[in-house]
Design a protein around this ligand. Structure first.
Ligand SMILES: Cc1cc2nc3c(=O)[nH]c(=O)nc-3n(C[C@H](O)[C@H](O)[C@H](O)COP(=O)(O)OP(=O)(O)OC[C@H]3O[C@@H](n4cnc5c(N)ncnc54)[C@H](O)[C@@H]3O)c2cc1C
Length: 696
């Protein structure tokens, strides 16, 4: 059966209308937000840059020699081979809003395994269908903030691929930036953000975020977050981090994310209109056939325990899937950060932007040869919070020299990209595996009081930070680019929203200012709900009624929605354990990305890496075919490949060095290049029905 093809065949250039959206009010609103930019696209994949901080206008088309078919062309017939049989009878349907009938699903899984269920026009017969108002993919700060607000408007399904707590949010240490001190100002926070961002930030979006920062912190407090307060007067204790000209970091000791996640999870679990689907993997977004107004209609989700698939048809679908740190061998991100959100969005033709800007945290604990003790074989790099440098921590190279003054007048308080590059340079210069962070000149009591979490973690490894230097290296930490949205979290595809790290809102530019990401997650999630509230009735009305019978929902999916490209998850063993192929494949991707798209880049290496990822993509498809479908491991790997290629393509398009993107071929910033990079992939045969490149 022919799948919705993302395979690119032609490179002709076509002009498409600036916006294709269903209702006129929405169109007008979006046009306002976009500044009426006319979008232009190639028929394959287009990298675009808006002028300055605005979006729109073609910058450069990707080389025709690069085949853009990452992980998409698995044929359902192969995967579902063996036998006829029609769809399952209505009497066996047990799916309802917010609940999946387990017996029925088991029966369906058996039928699928026995080849009794064959692909429909929709691509595959999902084991179950559910009609929900809000499908939120991800349970970090962005997903939970969105869900808690959205639950005031309708029923919410939170779909999350691990236990709900497992998210980057839970690992955030430093804090959340906000203008709460009376000596501070919105203007100063905006200025610091834009300076850190290499003047590539969308200043309007930054201002929106900063103006809402106090309210964001208040909301987190209302939802039960206990931030650290001053003993003297009970006011919020404010820390200072690199790149901030003021003390403005609201925090909960040095375990801010853990406390925020605890509070939001408790609030969400207690909410009667929120249902959690933990250990459920979002495989693919659902989309209507490209007509006059294509839209996202939900997500295909796999229950990891049973391998059964559920099509969640949603009035509003929200990507809150976090970042993609696992593209690199050393990362502070938890295992869930595999770029699934960006890859899924790309496959339905939503616009992605600024993927070249991957932030490497300068100071992750080094556990390689000569470093600190490793606690687990595949542990994520433990982050030594920037606040240690903010508190006077000094960096020394392997020769015992303090070096930051050679690179930047702000020394250890310079923005992350500068500190990371300086460390990289010192490691290369001294041929050593790491550098050292030293805070031993501060009193032991003060260190323990300010960094209880870091001190305890290091103590577990036999390292006393009050008397010893800490071995550190840069590690992949934060994805500044992502699925392009406007200030209301809307992507270029109607019905699809994105917030948090998966989104590109324009606030981080070429480099994220410390502690701005938790803030971005709350502010834009809340704005996304506020904006969808106006539209929810229209979005609902385009889909079957919320209490629709499941058979009718299946018929609707068959008739209205695009065939899914990877609906063929295996019914059993969706989650594999310690699979050698998956382990080696991941290691190969990570090696390729670190060598070519790490802290210092070159054109030749990036071009080679792009070809290498193309080969790995084919290997991944072969693997999925051999295994009669995607396992969670193959799905994540193919997503990593898609995201890796996007990073390389954006990086290759940028003929300058700016912020986190540093290339030896263009080592200086270039004014003409000071614009974001946009990529849109065409999933429609007809160029005129393509989503716009520039969603503002
Ligand atoms: C160690 C560390 C320290 C940090 N410190 C700070 C800090 O001090 N201040 C700051 O502002 N920022 C900090 N950051 C960055 C910040 O924590 C993250 O950017 C932010 O928490 C991202 O939130 P999120 O909700 O967008 O994504 P996450 O919190 O990463 O949540 C993503 C969610 O999506 C789910 N998911 C992903 N893919 C799928 C799929 N296919 N199907 C179903 N579910 C899926 C995941 O399971 C997870 O629940 C830090 C990050 C790390 C790793």
């Amino acid at each position: 059966m022919a799948m919705a093809s993302l395979t690119m065949t032609s490179t002709s250039v076509a002009v498409v209308p600036a916006m294709r959206r269903g209702d006129a009010r929405h169109r007008a609103g979006r046009r306002r937000a976009m500044g009426d930019a006319t979008a232009t696209a190639t028929a394959t994949a287009t990298v675009r840059c808006g002028g300055g901080c605005r979006r729109g206008g073609v910058r450069e088309a990707i080389s025709p020699s690069i085949d853009e078919d990452a992980g998409t062309s698995l044929d359902d017939d192969d995967a579902m081979s063996g036998g006829g049989g029609g769809s399952v009878s209505s009497s066996s349907v047990a799916m309802s809003r917010g609940g999946v009938g387990a017996t029925t699903l088991a029966q369906r899984a058996k039928q699928r395994a026995a080849g009794l269920r064959k692909p429909s026009a929709f691509g595959v017969v999902p084991d179950a269908c559910a009609r929900v108002d809000f499908a939120v993919i991800g349970s970090g700060i962005a997903g939970l903030s969105y869900a808690l607000d959205a639950a005031e408007v309708g029923d919410v399904a939170i779909i999350t691929k691990a236990s709900a707590f497992e998210a980057s949010t839970s690992y955030a240490q430093g804090g959340i930036s906000a203008v709460v001190d009376k000596l501070d100002s919105v203007d100063e926070h905006v200025r610091d953000t834009c300076i850190a961002g290499g003047y590539l930030c969308d200043e309007r979006a930054v201002r929106v975020m900063v103006e809402d920062s106090r309210a964001a912190v208040e909301t987190l407090i209302e939802r039960g977050t206990r931030f650290t307060r001053r003993e003297s007067d009970g006011a919020l204790h404010l820390a200072r981090e690199g790149g901030h000209s003021r003390h403005r970091i609201v925090h909960a000791d040095d375990m801010t994310g853990k406390e925020i996640e605890r509070a939001l999870l408790e609030a969400a679990r207690a909410h009667p209109r929120i249902t959690f689907y933990e250990h459920h993997f979002a495989m693919e977004l659902l989309k209507t056939r490209d007509g006059e107004s294509p839209r996202c209609t939900g997500a295909l989700v796999v229950d990891e325990a049973s391998g059964t698939t559920t099509a969640f048809v949603a009035s509003s679908t929200v990507l809150a899937c976090g970042g993609a740190g696992h593209l690199f061998p050393s990362t502070t991100n938890p295992v869930v950060s595999t770029g699934d959100g960006v890859a899924m969005a790309m496959r339905v033709g939503a616009t992605v932007a600024n993927m070249e800007f991957m932030q490497f945290h300068p100071t992750a604990l080094f556990t390689g040869p000569g470093g600190a003790t490793k606690l687990e074989a595949n542990e994520n790099a433990f982050l030594i919070t920037e606040a240690v440098r903010g508190h006077g921590g000094q960096l020394y190279n392997a020769l015992g020299e303090r070096f930051m003054s050679r690179y930047d007048a702000r020394e250890e308080l310079a923005p992350r990209d500068i500190v990371a590059r300086s460390i990289d340079s010192e490691m290369k210069r001294t041929k050593s595996n790491c550098v050292f962070l030293d805070i031993t000149h501060v009193s032991a009591d003060e260190i323990r009081a300010n960094f209880p979490g870091v001190a305890a973690e290091l103590a577990k490894r036999g390292l006393d930070m009050t008397t010893e230097r800490i071995p550190v290296v840069p590690a992949a930490h934060y994805m500044c680019g992502g699925v392009s949205t406007n200030e209301n979290g809307e992507t270029s595809l109607r019905g699809l929203f994105a917030c948090g790290e998966v989104a590109y809102t324009g606030v981080h530019g070429a480099n994220r200012l410390a502690s701005n990401s938790l803030l971005e997650g709350v502010v834009f999630a809340r704005r996304a709900v506020a904006s969808v509230t106006d539209e929810i009735n229209a979005l609902r009305a385009e889909l079957p009624a919320l209490d629709v019978d499941e058979d009718e929902l299946r018929r609707w999916l068959d008739k209205e929605c695009l065939a899914l490209t990877r609906a063929c998850a295996t019914s059993s063993a969706f989650v594999t354990k310690d699979d050698a192929w998956e382990r080696d494949m991941r290691a190969e991707i990570q090696r390729t990305m670190w060598n070519a798209a790490g802290i210092v880049r070159t054109t030749v290496e990036m071009e080679d890496a792009l070809r290498k990822l193309q080969t790995l993509s084919r290997a991944c498809e072969d693997r999925a075919a051999v295994c009669s479908g995607y396992t969670m491991g193959t799905a994540e790997i193919s997503n990593l490949i898609v995201v890796g290629r996007l990073m390389l393509r954006c990086a290759l398009m940028r003929k300058e060095s700016r912020g986190l993107h540093y290339t030896l071929d263009y080592p200086e910033p270039v004014d003409d290049e000071k614009k974001p990079s946009f990529i849109v992939e065409d999933v429609a045969a007809d160029a005129s029905q393509r989503a716009p490149a520039a969603p503002r």
